[in-house]
Design a protein around this ligand. Structure first.
Ligand code: HEM
Ligand SMILES: *[C@@H]1O[C@H](CO)[C@@H](O)[C@H](O)[C@H]1NC(C)=O
Ligand SMILES: *[C@@H]1O[C@H](CO)[C@@H](O)[C@H](O)[C@H]1NC(C)=O
Ligand SMILES: *[C@@H]1O[C@H](CO)[C@@H](O)[C@H](O)[C@H]1NC(C)=O
Ligand SMILES: *[C@@H]1O[C@H](CO)[C@@H](O)[C@H](O)[C@H]1NC(C)=O
Ligand SMILES: *[C@@H]1O[C@H](CO)[C@@H](O)[C@H](O)[C@H]1NC(C)=O
Ligand SMILES: *[C@@H]1O[C@H](CO)[C@@H](O)[C@H](O)[C@H]1NC(C)=O
Ligand SMILES: CC(=O)N[C@H]1CO[C@H](CO)[C@@H](O)[C@@H]1O
Length: 326
């Protein structure tokens, strides 16, 4: 009896083990079926990113938004259809750029080996390669993600953290996808590059609690400067502002020093200083050499790239990134 039970458990463990290994991403997943894929992607990025270095910021943000909704499955790339509003049309995505860039990479890879390389892996690789090409940190990108078939606007609204998010909202939305406070602080560090539209934070300047007030957590000198020179109109939704002023192209520790100067642009940025654990971690990152931030950032990026991935026979390999296969 005990023997049979033991044997049964052993079988279950074995099945679980096989199931879980099948579900793992792996480095160089395409090395047999499409050995040139990663090189084609990297070469394209290296050739084209210098013409538009600001796209590197857009592309790492695209990877983040993709992973937070239904896992890293390129659901973000799907177009809306007559009976479905896709993630793309949700507010957080209105400011995501780089869709054409991904489409061009996908065409090259399809020409080399049709139907093999997923759009989800392309996003992950392009994000990493474009950050590296613009002088930022490297992280490992194990591959083997498959593409999802569902893209839902309301899920993007509920799963992607809003710039107005307070500490507990951020903690919850990150923990919903298996990321902890260490990851929250490190990944938010990507705000050391790139830009924001005034509309993402103008309430902090003009109408914080609905009585025409300013967010007291924002440095008043910085706020005054933004109001005078950048976001001069509370309804401006076209002007863009550097998130790490003066070094928006450099992947440095500038974001974290801004936070301690109360100059994080979003409430979600300044929220990191409202909790003792995350604030201490910010201070610690500022004390270390940049390489320490890069090493830690790399671990969190790899972790983010694994969120709810579809592997094995789930999902599909889309032919075109904007539409599910018919
Ligand atoms: C912690 C929660 C986060 C919130 C609330 C947040 C929010 C935002 C917002 C509102 C913008 C500006 C959009 C615009 O107005 O154009 C932005 C930009 C950006 N975000 Fe985040 N973000 C978060 C985390 C992340 C993460 C995890 C990454 C990547 C690892 C990231 C990378 C970026 C980059 C690079 C930009 C600049 C994009 C560009 O220049 O086009 N963010 N973020
Ligand atoms: C999208 O997601 C929401 C919230 O989970 C759900 O109520 C809605 O039915 C979904 N829409 C579609 C078209 O699946
Ligand atoms: C954080 O924001 C959420 C959602 O807006 C709100 O329900 C919650 O009360 C806020 N928490 C704190 C501590 O302010
Ligand atoms: C977050 O998870 C990482 C492992 O992924 C771990 O090293 C780190 O200590 C965790 N941080 C917290 C605050 O639990
Ligand atoms: C501030 O917000 C409140 C509440 O949403 C709104 O009634 C008011 O018109 C706003 N004031 C300005 C100056 O935008
Ligand atoms: C931007 O603002 C203009 C003028 O206030 C408005 O017509 C337009 O709908 C806004 N666009 C978005 C995407 O909110
Ligand atoms: C997806 O939508 C974009 C923007 O509306 C459009 O340019 C593109 O052609 C569409 N892609 C496909 C494959 O339908
Ligand atoms: C990049 C992208 O697809 N943006 C879309 C966001 O949503 C608006 C409509 O709400 C579309 O017009 C944009 O094309």
């Amino acid at each position: 009896m005990g023997g049979i039970r033991c044997f049964g458990i052993a079988i279950l463990v074995l099945i679980g083990f096989l199931g879980s290994t099948q579900a793992q991403l792996q480095l160089g997943f395409y090395s047999k079926n499409c050995p040139k894929a990663e090189k084609i992607i990297q070469d394209f990025v290296n050739q084209h990113i210098h013409n538009a270095p600001s796209l590197a910021a857009a592309l790492i943000r695209m990877h983040f938004h993709d992973c937070f909704v239904r896992g890293c499955d390129a659901s973000l790339l799907l177009n809306s259809t007559s009976n479905n509003q896709a993630e793309k049309v949700a507010t957080p995505n209105l400011t995501v750029r780089g869709f054409d860039f991904i489409d061009r990479v996908k065409s090259l890879v399809e020409a080399e080996c049709p139907g093999i390389v997923s759009c989800a892996d392309i996003i992950a690789l392009v994000a990493r390669d474009s950050i590296v090409a613009t002088g930022g940190p490297f992280w490992r990108v194990p591959t083997g993600r498959r593409d999802g078939t569902i893209s839902n606007r309301s899920e993007a609204l509920s799963d992607i953290p809003p710039p107005t998010g307070n500490f507990s909202t951020l903690q919850t939305l990150f923990s919903n996808v298996g990321l902890n406070l260490t990851d929250l602080v490190l990944l938010s560090g990507a705000h050391t590059i790139g830009v924001s539209h005034c509309s993402s934070f103008s309430a902090r300047l003009y109408n914080f609690t609905g009585v025409g007030d300013q967010d007291p957590a924002l440095d008043s000198e910085y706020a005054a400067n933004l109001k005078a020179k950048k976001c001069t109109n509370p309804n401006d939704n076209t002007t863009i502002v550097e998130m790490d002023p003066g070094s928006r192209k450099t992947f440095d520790l500038g974001y974290y020093s801004n936070l301690l100067k109360r100059r994080g642009l979003f409430q979600s940025d300044s929220a990191l200083t409202t909790n003792p654990t995350t604030k201490a971690f910010v201070t610690q990152l500022l004390q270390g050499p940049i390489q320490n931030f890069y090493d830690e950032f790399a671990k969190s990026m790899e972790k983010m790239g694994r969120i709810n991935v579809k592997t094995g026979s789930t999902g599909e390999i889309r032919k075109q990134c904007a539409v599910v296969n018919s």
